[in-house]
Write a protein that binds this ligand. Sequence first.
Ligand SMILES: [Zn+2]
Length: 73
Amino acid sequence: MTAARHVAALLGGEPAPEPHPAYCVRCKQPTHAPVPVGYIERASGPGWTQYACPSHAVEFGAGPTPEDELRTP
Ligand SMILES: [Zn+2]
């Protein structure tokens, strides 16, 4: 089995869903791999999450969260 066929089999023959694009708060460029780096609170309504592209996310101190820890059963 070729790698391409293996991937197609894993995906069930359907194309992968397009990730939701977000704009990096640092370089203002759209990224398809946004990393949440902050949350802005607003008094007049719901806040919003700030995202950064992977290359800028490290500048915000983004790193593994407790949910990313590998757990052994
Ligand atoms: Zn960026």
